[in-house]
Design a protein around this ligand. Structure first.
Ligand code: F6R
Length: 610
């Protein structure tokens, strides 16, 4: 949560701040601010609201001639969204921006209050600024002060720091929250995420925990824990500025839905041998890795957890390996028993989700091998897992995930096939067919569903404005229903629940009344008749029924008000088409409801607090 940016160099710092913060808005968007150095002072401009509110403020009170600045876009944790709680926070000689949570801020605040330190806001960040200020005197060693102050703090942080007496210099440090340094032609940068810096440079370095970054207009150096000063090993990103722009689409979410075919191919194609077999050697996972695996525990949150449920079913059905899925925030507190041969698969688009990271670290502390499925490269979960498997979806900007989830499922398909083949549970031909179904059928199925967008929009008209909607399905379709319901409710604010189709009659069916929309998903031929019975049960109680089913279903019109037909050439084709249908329905419904699709209320893209 929260996005940080910083710049020092020859260029005009303020427009760089607003440009970068606009990209970082996905990390939080309830308040925003910058601190920019002018000839005489550090000027802080901040407000509740979005970047546009900040820009309006800056238009009225422009900051001229600033070549060094830090900026922040916030997702409130301690203290609600307000002008005063917005970052940056100033305490004496220190001005800073922060992403994370200082867990012991109350004790630190009490201690500082005793010595007369005043506090204006309710935030833990102001306490962090005051703690650092108490360790620093103009002329003293800033690195020493930062070490001393952060040693007192418990929790997670990424700080961008200005000292009043050190013009043109930015210091940074992180623990548990991400921070990237970058080197441009006109100076040095700092950001929570490289996408914010793509308009300025491609040269970056992910700051490691324990390192302190020191940026000046013409140098970017690191100070190690032992005091050694050295140059970062700069890397080049392959991302382009276009990848973080809407490219003609009205919303990032829509763009990202349309990017799915390409993303599926990218996620799968690097994991295929020249003979067409699934192979994760490129990720350091050789076929022998799977042989001793007796149990798989998947840990993730939200949509990534829903992808995990699909994955667990595939591991069990295809590879015959018992697999379970755990909500990451629950895993540590009620850890499941781990038999010999257990591996843990954390799944995370952002690679920074605090709950998933904590679950993964718990698993590691118990000696369990971890194989993380991550999209954002070089992120904490990717770095700290024993093995990392990137999904290659590219930057995902919309808060509601689509291509991130889609590529998690495609990687899990490939992984289940690789494990099954390595353990001799499927033949070469079966493994090759599964691979082909992911790289060929799935992208084509997504495209074929997107061709039906007008029809899906028509169906959305019957959903927009409703108070309650239900998704039902069995097996894999129940897993997909959970994702479908989450997608719909998070962006349209319509209450939507997913039920195992057979479970509805055990209580929840009492909520069905005349006109209640129910969307039934039926991708598995063997389960069609059973799901159809459940469809009839709710329809006879007044439900308005949309049925998403295989094209070979027998006469589905007789049990539904509307039908969405799915391709049937393979399980992957059917599943990915259904996935695209529910994503598009969510998008179109939210659109008709006039919602802020890319920035739904109360949410943030990257949830770096527990
Ligand atoms: C919903 C959504 C969230 C994320 C969850 C985990 O559309 O995006 O439910 O899936 O917060 O995020 P990652 O995958 O970044 O760990």
């Amino acid at each position: 949560m929260c996005g940080i940016i910083g710049y020092t160099g020859e260029g005009n710092a303020v427009p760089k701040m607003t440009k970068g913060l606009t990209v970082l808005e996905y990390r939080g968007y309830d308040s925003v601010g910058i601190a920019a150095e002018t000839e005489d002072a550090i000027e802080v401009v901040k407000c509740k609201g979005r970047i546009t509110s900040l820009e309006e403020k800056l238009e009225k009170h422009p900051i001229e001639g600033a070549h060094c600045a830090i900026g922040h876009t916030r997702w409130a944790t301690h203290g609600g969204p307000s002008d005063v709680n917005a970052h940056p926070h100033k305490a004496g000689n220190v001005v800073l921006v922060h992403n994370g949570i200082i867990e012991n801020y109350k004790e630190l605040k009490d201690e500082l209050s005793k010595t007369g330190t005043p506090f204006l806001s309710e935030t833990d960040t102001e306490v962090a600024a005051a703690t650092l200020n108490a360790c620093y005197r103009p002329g003293s060693d800033p690195v020493k002060a930062i070490r001393e102050a952060t040693a007192k703090m418990k929790g997670s942080y990424a700080f961008g720091i200005l000292f009043v007496d050190l013009p043109g210099e930015i210091y940074a440090i992180r623990q548990g929250s991400p921070l990237i340094l970058a080197k441009g032609e006109d100076g040095y940068y700092l950001a929570s995420d490289m996408t914010a810096l793509l308009p300025f440079t491609k040269t970056y370095y992910p700051l490691k925990e324990g390192q302190i970054a020191h940026l000046t207009p013409d140098s970017g150096t690191l100070v190690a824990g032992d005091g050694r000063v050295f140059e970062p090993q700069w890397k080049k990103t392959e991302m382009t500025p276009e990848s973080a722009q809407k490219g003609g689409y009205e919303h990032f979410m829509l763009k990202e839905i349309y990017e799915q075919p390409e993303a599926i191919v990218k996620s799968a194609s690097t994991r295929i041998t020249k003979d067409g077999l699934p192979d994760f050697s490129v990720d350091g996972i050789l076929p022998d890795f799977w042989k001793p695996v007796k149990n798989i525990q998947i840990v993730a949150c939200g949509s990534a957890m829903h992808a995990g449920i699909v994955g667990a079913k595939l591991f069990e059905e295809v590879a015959k390996i018992p697999a379970s899925v755990y909500i990451a925030s629950e895993y540590r507190y009620h850890p499941p028993l781990a038999v010999e041969g257990t591996i843990v698969i954390p799944i995370s688009q952002s690679g920074e989700t605090a709950d998933t990271l904590a679950a993964m670290n718990y698993a590691k502390s118990k000696g369990l091998p971890t194989v993380a499925i991550v999209n954002a490269v070089e992120t904490t979960i990717a770095r700290e897992a024993d093995h990392r498997v990137y999904t290659y979806a590219g930057p995902e900007i919309a808060v509601a995930t689509t291509k991130g989830y889609c590529t998690q499922v495609s990687v899990l398909f490939m992984m289940a096939a690789a494990a099954a083949h390595a353990c001799g549970r499927i033949s070469d031909d079966e493994a090759k067919a599964l691979v082909q179904s992911v790289v060929k059928d799935a992208p084509a199925a997504v495209l074929s569903m997107l061709e039906k967008r007008d029809y899906l929009r028509e169906l959305a008209r019957g959903l927009a404005g409703k108070e309650h909607i239900f998704y039902i399905g069995r097996g894999l379709d129940y897993a997909l229903s959970m994702e479908a319901a989450l997608k719909l409710k998070e962006i349209s604010y319509i209450h939507c629940e997913a039920y195992a189709a057979g479970e509805l009659k055990h209580g929840t069916i009492s909520l069905i009344e005349e006109g209640t929309p129910v969307i039934a998903i039926s991708t598995e031929k063997a389960l069609y008749d059973k799901t159809e019975s459940n469809v009839r049960e709710v329809r006879s109680r007044g439900a308005k029924l949309i049925l998403i089913c295989r094209a070979d279903a027998e006469n589905p019109e007789r049990s539904a008000d509307s039908v969405i037909y799915l391709p049937i050439n393979s399980l992957a084709a059917t599943l990915f088409a259904a996935m695209t249908a529910v994503q598009t329905i969510a998008y179109e419904t939210a659109y008709l409801c006039g919602c802020d699709i890319d920035r739904p209320r109360n949410l943030a893209k990257s949830v770096t607090v527990e």
